[in-house]
Write a protein that binds this ligand. Structure first.
Ligand code: PLP
Length: 334
């Protein structure tokens, strides 16, 4: 364990159950050891169990974002994401919990089927009381759309607070500094943390937090949307100000990304994702999601097959949630 990071000076509104459990995946480890050499000890950090309206990684970010929104006197949260955004759903739940209204702007990054448009997270956005705007076509300027709605609400005398896609800014990334501190305090010495990386707040916060406590753990982000170089640039661009806000520094060498598991693009199923979802469900009874954690888990399995990890390493898969998205992809799995 390293130095103390003073998190108490940042405004925070409690939304989740923390620390999340860190569990061994003994059955999976044994099964993989029968197939490959150099299989590390596999653990899972259950950020799918943060507890907020089916949980997920956005809950940690939203604790700081909603804390900031309350400090600014906001009465409405506005955010955006893809149709099946887990972030939009957790933001809608956070708003309900904080007694605020929420607007979620959904971009149709891909056109699938009726279940994709209406089930899974979209159903939950509705139940959680969000005002849903779902007519945005792929590539629409979502930030401009949020700014426009915020202006309209201000002119009606309301106090909107705009949260960027994925909750990924230096305030939201503080949530993953908190996760890094939980991992550093775990009773097992962690060598690797593997997780899905998209809008970058998760990886940026983890890297900044682990550096702050001088942890030797390496963080490997499995990209769900863009190439390794672009994703490293994006993670670093957020990790730097996040590190600065907690009094530490990060470098490019701290940011590791594997971009080989995206397939045809964001939210487009791959066979390795489908296999990963079935494998973890069948060995550990844990549900991954089709867009993020399923592809990240495929990346972890690929890394094991390549011998990337030492047999004595403790490798933690950070489960970032999203399993309600399975309902939106029913036909992919049946
Ligand atoms: C948003 C999300 C991610 C990616 O986290 P970022 O901080 O956006 O990189 C991973 N998994 C799930 C399930 C998500 O909803």
């Amino acid at each position: 364990m390293g130095c103390v990071v003073q998190m108490a000076r940042f405004a925070r509104f409690p939304l989740g159950h923390f620390p999340t459990p860190l569990e061994p995946m003994d059955r999976l480890t044994a099964k993989l050891r029968a197939r490959h050499d150099k299989v590390p000890n596999l653990w899972i950090k259950r950020d799918d169990c943060t507890g907020l309206a089916t949980g997920g990684n956005k809950t940690r970010k939203l604790e700081y974002l909603v804390g900031d929104a309350i400090a600014q006197g906001a009465d409405t949260l506005i955010t955006q994401g893809a149709t099946q955004s887990n972030h939009a759903r957790q933001t809608a739940a956070a708003a309900a919990r904080a007694g605020m209204h929420s607007w979620v702007l959904l971009e149709r990054r891909q056109v699938r089927d009726e279940e994709y448009e209406n089930s899974g997270n979209v159903l939950l956005d509705q139940l959680l009381g969000a005002t849903i705007m779902d007519q945005f076509q792929a590539g629409a300027d979502m930030d401009a759309a949020m700014a426009e709605i915020a202006d309209d609400l201000r002119s009606e005398g309301r106090k909107p607070y705009v949260i960027p896609g994925g909750g990924s800014n230096p305030v939201g990334a503080l949530g993953y500094v908190g996760c890094a501190l939980e991992l550093d305090a775990a009773p097992v010495a962690i060598d690797w943390v593997v997780h899905a990386t998209g809008s970058t707040g998760t990886q940026a916060g983890l890297v900044a937090g682990l550096r702050a406590v001088h942890s030797p753990a390496k963080v490997l982000g499995v990209s769900v949307r863009q190439t390794e170089h672009k994703q490293i640039d994006a993670v670093l661009a957020l990790a730097e100000p996040t590190a600065d806000s907690i009094g530490t520094q990060v470098g490019r060498d701290d940011v590791l990304v594997d971009d080989r598991w995206v397939g045809e693009g964001y939210g487009v199923p791959t066979q390795s994702m489908i296999d990963a979802v079935y494998l973890l469900a069948g060995t550990e009874g844990i549900l991954l999601d089709p867009v993020y954690s399923g592809k990240a888990f495929a990346g972890l399995l690929g890394g094991i097959a390549e011998g990337r990890f030492a047999e004595t390493d403790n490798v933690v898969f950070l489960h970032t949630g999203g399993a309600v998205g399975l309902f939106a992809y029913r036909t992919t799995f049946q």
